[in-house]
Ligand binder design. Sequence first.
Ligand SMILES: [Zn+2]
Length: 68
Amino acid sequence: MAKYYVNKNAQSNGDHEVHTTGCSYMPQAENRIYLGEFITCRSAITEAKKHYTQVNGCYYCSNACHTS
Ligand SMILES: [Zn+2]
């Protein structure tokens, strides 16, 4: 299980990126929402979509859920 977070700030393309603990691109604490602990990033994406309609897995830490 890993802890996942979603960035409160959208990327330039409108995506709110989902990150897991230890990612170099993890947003600062005030700029992220804790989603919970999940086995896969898919579950984290589903949770993140409760907060934002446009979400995407981080290319670096959640590549399996990253779409370009
Ligand atoms: Zn990341």
